[in-house]
Ligand binder design. Structure first.
Ligand code: PD2
Ligand code: ZN
Length: 287
C-alpha cells in the first residue's frame, strides 16, 4: 500500500512529472498548488512530492558514487518540543540544525552522574588510541591528545542508566551502541577535526564493519567543563558547541561521506579541564 493514500494513487507517471517540474525549476509550493488545482488531495500531493524527491535525490547520489544512505538515530523533534521524555529524565532541546543534523541537549546528565562517570573512569585512563583504518587495529594518534577509557556496555548502574536514557532519547537500540568512552583533556589537549564514520576507502574498514556495521551517529556528553576553550566544532558550518557540564551534542550521518557535513573536532582546551563521554551508535547490534 505504499503507493496509495486514501483513494488516490501515486503512479510512476505522477512521480516522473514531479521530478520534471523540480528539474524545470518550479518550487515545491508551485508544484503543490498545481497538483491541488488538478484535483489531488493536498496530503496525498505532499506525500507524493516528498517521497518522490527524496528517492530521486538518493538515486542521484548513489549514481554519482556516494555510499547509499541508511536509517539513523533521530530524536522526536517533529513538533519542536522544548523537552524530550528520555524515560527517567526530561531532556531539554537547546538547538537543532538539519544539515548537518546536529542537536544540542541540555541537562542530559545530572551533576552526580557526571561525577560518577569521571570517578569510575579516572583510574583507568590511558593515552587515547584511534582505530587504525589501514589495519582495523588501534594506534596512537597525534591529532588526539586526550586520555581516555571505554566502559563495557551496561558495566555499572550509572553507565546502564545513561545508555538506556540515550537509547530512548534518540530512538536507537542500546545494543547498537559502542561502550561509553570517557575522555579527559588538559590545557592544550584537543581532538583535531575528523569524521566519526569509518572511511569506506580504507583497507581495514570491511573488518571493522563486520561488528555492527557503520557508525551512524555520535553523542558527545560534557561531564566536566573547562573555563576556556574545548568546544566541539563543526568547521563546515562554522558551529561551535559549548562544553557545558550535563549537556550533550548529538549528530548523525546517513552515509559515510563528507556530504553529511559532520566534520567535527574538539577545540584545544585553554584553561581548566574538559571531561566528556562519547557514545558512538552503529547501524546494527554491536556485540
Ligand atoms: O571532545 C570533543 O568535543 C570531541 C570532538 C570530536 C569528541 C569527539 N570528536 C569524539 O569523541 O568523537
Ligand atoms: Zn569525533
Amino acid at each position: 500500500m505504499s503507493n496509495t493514500t486514501g483513494t488516490q494513487q501515486i503512479t510512476p507517471e505522477l512521480r516522473r512529472w514531479i521530478i520534471e517540474q523540480a528539474q524545470a525549476g518550479y518550487t515545491a509550493e508551485v508544484v503543490l498548488k498545481s497538483m491541488v488545482a488538478s484535483g489531488w488531495n493536498e496530503d496525498v500531493a505532499i506525500e507524493a512530492m516528498e517521497s518522490t524527491l527524496k528517492g530521486h535525490v538518493e538515486s542521484q547520489a548513489v549514481a554519482s558514487g556516494l555510499p547509499p544512505a541508511v536509517a539513523v538515530p533521530e530524536p522526536a523533534l517533529d513538533e519542536s518540543p522544548l523537552y524530550l521524555d528520555a524515560g527517567d529524565r526530561q531532556v531539554c532541546v537547546l538547538q537543532a540544525m538539519f544539515n548537518p543534523r546536529v542537536v544540542v541537549f541540555g541537562g542530559l546528565l545530572s551533576d552526580d552522574e557526571c561525577d560518577a562517570l569521571i570517578e569510575a573512569a579516572r583510574p583507568r585512563l590511558a593515552r587515547s588510541l584511534t582505530v587504525a583504518t589501514k589495519t582495523g587495529g588501534e594506534e596512537l594518534n597525534a591529532d588526539r591528545t586526550s586520555n581516555g577509557m571505554f566502559f563495557q556496555r551496561g558495566e555499572n548502574e550509572v553507565v546502564k542508566r545513561v545508555e538506556e536514557r540515550i537509547a530512548r532519547l534518540v530512538n536507537w537500540p542500546v545494543e547498537n551502541g559502542e561502550g561509553l568512552q570517557v575522555l579527559h583533556y588538559r590545557p592544550g589537549a584537543e581532538y583535531k577535526p575528523h569524521y566519526d564514520y569509518f572511511d569506506p576507502n580504507e583497507p581495514g574498514t570491511p573488518t571493522i564493519l563486520k561488528r555492527g556495521g557503520q557508525r551512524v551517529a555520535t553523542l558527545v556528553i560534557y561531564l566536566g567543563e573547562p573555563a576556556k576553550g574545548g568546544g566541539t566544532t563543526f568547521p563546515d558550518v562554522h558551529l561551535e558547541v559549548a562544553p557545558k557540564r550535563g549537556n550533550a551534542v548529538f549528530f548523525s550521518y546517513e552515509r559515510a561521506h563528507p556530504s553529511t557535513k559532520t566534520l567535527h573536532g574538539g577545540a584545544p582546551v585553554i584553561e581548566g579541564e574538559k571531561w566528556i563521554a562519547t557514545k558512538w551508535l552503529r547501524e546494527r547490534r554491536f556485540e
